[in-house]
Design a protein around this ligand. Structure first.
Ligand code: PLP
Length: 294
């Protein structure tokens, strides 16, 4: 890791020396937006979707950073090439930068832009997954911040909500925290979207609730359409998840990860989860490695 180089404000610098100002608003207040991406075979997966979400996040917090999607992609590509990374975890952050010391942001933004990348061996259903087995989930007391407080579609550096949720896992040692909305309905994981199987249907909390529109979530819904699997995007209770026939969580790093238990109750993967894993993997194989579709 010591040899890795990160992109900081247009320059590639050794990761150990990559720093931002203590007066940066991203550091001081979490006043920044970011994307976590994965590169397969030197190319980031679903760049357009990530670029659009970053733009929506920036708009939601009125951060007019002035960088277009092509320039951001150029910096990501440069970071991947500089580190000779083919399959990688990539994090792109854009902060509101340093401004005069007051909470109210100024419209004059000199953003701080950072790209971090590190090797991440490719997983997939037939290879060693990058996660350590199916996920164990625990419903936590920490509620998902309502959309009316912090826009749920914005992926910002302010991750205290998820951190507090994950802190609750210390006792059970579960992998992921299931957060409920203010009314006690399922929202999402601390860093993942939730899916479960009920009869014929694939169920997932709708984006009407406080749920980040995951890029992997979108891909799974697209796969469901392709495979003719009915989708129920709605409002669900923790019992619905605990009673599910199958469940899985999704994010860019975990891809489609089966759920083993919820609150200690066995769920386990199954044929539907395996189908989504296989098709997701096949799309990556086809688009990034020139492989055949399954
Ligand atoms: N929900 C939250 C709160 C997240 O932080 C993430 C990803 O980190 C996700 C969902 C999944 O999003 P994606 O599939 O775009 O990685």
């Amino acid at each position: 890791m010591a040899d890795l180089r990160y992109h900081v404000d247009g320059d590639l610098v050794p990761a150990d020396e990559a720093t931002v100002s203590v007066r940066d608003r991203g550091f001081m207040y979490g006043d920044a937006v970011f994307e976590t991406l994965r590169a397969y075979g030197e190319e980031v997966f679903r760049w357009d979707a990530h670029a659009e979400r970053l733009a929506r996040s920036a708009a939601a917090i009125e951060l007019d950073h002035g960088l277009d999607s092509g320039e951001l992609k150029r910096r990501i590509d440069e970071t991947l090439r500089a580190n000779d990374l083919e399959d990688a975890y990539v994090k792109l952050s854009v902060t509101r930068g340093v401004q005069p010391g007051k909470l109210t942001p100024s419209p004059d933004v000199d953003p701080t832009v950072v790209v971090q990348a590190k090797p991440l061996p490719r997983g997939g259903v037939d290879a060693e997954p990058i996660w350590d087995g199916p996920a164990t989930l625990q419903t936590v007391k920490t509620r998902r911040v309502p959309d009316a407080a912090i826009p749920s579609q914005a992926k910002t550096h302010n991750y205290l909500n998820g951190i507090l949720a994950r802190l609750e896992l210390r006792v059970s040692d579960a992998d992921e925290a299931v957060m409920l909305d203010a009314d006690g309905h399922l929202a999402e994981g601390a860093t993942s979207n939730l899916f479960f199987v009920d009869g014929d249907a694939l169920c997932t909390p709708s984006l009407d609730g406080p749920v980040l529109p995951g890029i992997t979530r979108e891909e799974v819904l697209d796969i469901a359409g392709q495979e003719g699997i009915p989708v129920n995007e709605g409002s669900f209770t923790p019992e619905d998840l605990r009673d599910a026939e199958e469940a899985f969580v999704t994010n860019t790093t975990w891809e489609v990860r089966p759920v083993e238990t919820v609150d200690g109750i066995n769920i386990g993967g199954g044929p539907v989860t395996t189908l989504f894993q296989r098709v997701y993997d096949a799309r990556i194989e086809r688009e990034h490695y020139g492989g055949e579709r399954i």
